[in-house]
Design a protein around this ligand. Structure first.
Ligand code: GLN
Length: 461
């Protein structure tokens, strides 16, 4: 299987650009080890399965670049917890995935290295920031991938590439060894070909970790046990605010059709309102850049990463390190965040945003007293053209309106293949209350079993 994936990578990678690095040597070594485990009867279901890891997660002795010039030569001396957990199950790591620089973006066009193309239409974006992870899984270069999601970065590319992508509850999966973007929002999760695989990867990566102070102590269930095929009587809410103005009509239609399928399968579907949704984008673009400006202060050219050395003094070296090391979107976020946190503006922006965050969270709490899950589109449009939104950051930010509120509330959500519009993928998002990943997987699985969308594969010319 590893050889087949590596062969596929050789064939299509020049067109797709999903990998920043192919770790073929490591992969073949791990595959050999997996063969040993298999013959000794010591294999788990993930043993020997080739995985692609987003390039913001540390793998010992393999460069972790975050698709940034700043970390071009950074080689971590340790493994992220998710890597350790998957290694324990015999993972084969076939490479590191391209992403928007430091996970800031929705199209993978902010990568300082190259853009990733959407396997369904090479002139379009795969989504982002985990665009490399999603494109590779959709195009059969990897069996599954890990991504990270701060405001939609697993779900939006999963939707754009027609794969399954789960953002777990905040705290469910350890962030140890994940390069920090916005620490109160970041979560690691799986991108897979179907919902069963998603459950299997969750079984491996979820759980408490003393090295992440925000890691949750809740016991980890066997997520495959909830793939029961029965959603009779489950109460599903459809939040009307998620069918936003300006949403592509055929995307809304595809999701409406998908929702009636869930009804047919026995779910009790009702419309619901989450009125604070309209503030989520503004809240996110204050909180995420604020946290980013603090997290990215560590890239000073002294401790690690790119270091400019030609200046007259330390200050000039530090300034030039950041000037040359960061790309334009990262600089924009640092400036936005620094501004929102500055004396005199802190209360008006950052504190206000935190208050509205609480309101948004409470609204979800209330809705989940009446509903087991919510269903929405993952994105307001199908994958857009490469270059279409690069000159208009606000347009780019708007492509995450349906996914941002989920991170703000800290609840879990998945995107699964929900249909097609004009031959391009449409993602369906399923949201549940904290630590109810099982409810999400149950609904996603039933839908998957009743539809063919997840079986469709792009043909790459
Ligand atoms: N697109 C959003 C942003 O640019 C979310 C990114 C993410 O989830 N990492 O901030």
């Amino acid at each position: 299987m590893t050889e087949a994936c590596l062969e596929r990578v050789r064939q299509i990678e020049p067109k797709l650009g999903a990998f920043v690095r192919v770790t073929d040597e490591l992969a073949l070594k791990q595959a050999q080890k997996a063969d040993g485990l298999l013959s000794e009867g010591k294999a788990s279901l993930l043993t020997g399965i080739p995985a692609l890891i987003k390039d913001n997660m540390c793998i010992q002795d393999i460069p972790t670049t975050c698709s940034s010039r700043m970390l071009e030569n950074f080689v971590p001396p340790y493994n992220a917890t998710v890597i350790e957990k998957l290694n324990d199950r015999g993972m084969v790591t076939i490479g590191k995935a391209n992403m928007d620089e430091f996970a800031m973006g929705s199209s993978t066009e902010n990568s300082a290295l190259f853009v990733t193309h959407n396997p369904w239409d090479l002139s379009r974006v795969p989504g982002g920031s985990s665009g490399g992870s999603a494109a590779a899984v959709a195009a059969d270069e990897a069996i599954y991938a890990l991504g990270s999601d701060t405001g939609g970065s697993i779900r939006q590319p999963a939707g754009f590439c027609s794969v399954s992508g789960l953002k777990p509850t905040y705290g469910r999966v350890s962030r140890y060894g994940l390069v920090a973007f916005a620490s109160s929002l970041d979560q690691i999760g799986p991108l897979t070909k179907d919902v069963t695989d998603c459950a299997l990867v969750m079984n491996a990566i979820a759980g408490y970790d003393s090295r992440d102070s925000t890691s949750a102590g809740q016991p980890v269930p066997d997520y495959t046990k909830c793939l029961t095929g029965d959603i009779k009587g489950l109460r599903i809410g459809i939040p009307r605010e998620y069918f936003v103005e300006g949403m592509q009509a055929d995307v809304a239609t595809a999701i409406r059709v998908a929702i009636s399928k869930l009804e047919e399968l026995g779910a009790q579907v009702d419309e619901v309102s989450l009125p604070s949704t309209e503030y989520a984008l503004a809240v996110y673009y204050i909180i995420a850049p604020s946290e980013a400006s603090a997290n990215l202060a560590r890239y000073d050219g002294v401790k690690y990463g790119f270091s400019y050395q030609e200046g007259q003094n330390m200050w000039e070296n530090m300034e030039k390190t950041r000037q040359h090391g960061f790309g334009p979107e990262v600089k924009r976020r640092i400036m936005l965040g620094t501004y929102a946190l500055s004396a005199g503006y802190y209360d008006a922006y950052y504190v206000k945003a935190q208050k509205v965050r609480t309101l948004i969270r409470r609204e979800f709490d209330e809705v989940f007293e009446k509903f087991d899950a919510l269903v929405t589109p993952t994105s307001p449009s199908v994958p857009f053209k490469i270059g279409e939104k690069t000159n208009d950051p606000l347009q780019m930010y708007l492509s995450d309106v349906c996914t941002l509120p989920i991170n703000i509330a800290g609840v879990p959500a998945i995107s699964i293949p929900g249909g097609f519009a004009g031959g391009l993928p449409v993602g369906m998002q399923i949201i549940a209350k904290p630590f109810a990943e099982e409810t999400i997987l149950k609904i996603a699985h039933v839908f998957q079993e009743a539809t063919e969308w997840h079986k469709m594969r792009p043909e790459i010319q």
